[in-house]
Design a protein around this ligand. Structure first.
Ligand SMILES: Nc1ncnc2c1ncn2[C@@H]1O[C@H](COP(=O)(O)OP(=O)(O)O)[C@@H](O)[C@H]1O
Ligand SMILES: [Mg+2]
Length: 272
């Protein structure tokens, strides 16, 4: 590899394959994530999103292909990869008996950082949890808990963060809070790879969206690029751009429609 660390993508995935017994979940997955960007891996339940995240965070070995994170090969340099990342899973790793602040102090101590109290206070402030910091995390709402979970994963300032379905199970207001948190992270220079099954989440947050379907990335682009895959449908005098949902359904065909059928549907709207 001749490229310098800074010109490399933060994450590079090439030809990753993974099977569980007879189940060929990943069949050659390729994508790059630019440093400092938010990248959404979008797919239905069971598409293999968590499997990708587990491979990239060195929790699981791929059967074939290569991946580098922060320039380090996940198979050859797992320790270097782990030092560059943090992972927030779908199920919050918060200790409910401890207060929010105690949870943060504990993680900072486990990471042998100086002044765990100051680190905890800074994170509570950054995630609007200062007032709740002295309360047991078991009393937090879903959104507060998720924000605490994300803030815990930021201790030690990892340059890359994996968020596996960060808002699954949250109410609408909590989702918006988490979205703002994620946006702030990226503004601060952190690279974010998130997985989601929610089209609006990808639409709201991501600089790039990759659709994982039947084991491969079937599309990868900015929201604008994905929307260009479908013609704008005209309804009376108002031009309606296709939503990400239209694009997703046309590509994935969950409704049983082929691309041609989707176009007929669009044409139908024009006539109405
Ligand atoms: N450890 C495992 N053993 C067997 N099957 C698994 C294992 N992990 C995941 N799978 C299967 O692989 C498929 C993809 O799972 P996953 O990556 O969790 O999907 P997603 O996160 O997109 O919902 C699913 O069918 C799931 O049941
Ligand atoms: Mg998953």
């Amino acid at each position: 590899m001749t490229a310098t660390r800074t010109s490399e993508p933060a994450i590079r995935v090439r030809g990753i394959e993974k099977s569980f017994k007879d189940l060929h979940v990943l069949r050659g997955v390729d994508f790059d994530v630019k440093a400092g960007s938010i990248f959404a891996l979008l797919g239905s339940n069971g598409a293999g999103k968590t499997t990708v995240v587990r491979i990239l965070s060195t929790l699981l070995k791929a059967d074939a292909g290569t991946a580098t994170v922060s320039g380090f090969d996940v198979a050859a340099k797992p320790n270097d990869v782990r030092e560059s990342i943090s992972l927030t899973g779908q199920f919050a790793a918060v200790d409910e008996v401890l207060t929010g602040r105690e949870n943060l102090v504990l993680v900072a101590k486990l990471r042998h950082l100086k002044d765990p109290g100051a680190i905890a206070d800074e994170l509570l402030d950054r995630f609007s949890l200062t007032e709740a910091g002295g309360r047991k995390a078991g009393t937090y709402s879903g959104g507060m808990r998720r924000r605490l979970d994300i803030s815990m994963s930021l201790i030690g300032n990892p340059p890359i963060i994996f968020l596996d379905e960060p808002t699954t199970g949250l109410d609408p207001q909590a989702r918006i809070d988490v979205w703002q948190t994620v946006k702030k992270l990226a503004e601060g220079g952190t690279t974010v790879l998130l997985t989601t099954q929610y089209l609006d989440e990808a639409e709201q947050l991501a600089d790039r969206i990759a659709i994982l379907h039947k084991g491969t990335i079937i599309q990868n682009g900015t929201l604008a690029e994905l929307k260009q895959l479908l013609p704008a449908a005209k309804v009376e005098y108002v031009e309606k751009q296709p939503s990400l949902e239209d694009v997703f359904l046309a590509l994935v065909g969950e409704t049983g429609e082929t691309d041609a059928a989707a176009e007929t549907e669009t044409a139908g709207k024009e006539l109405r």
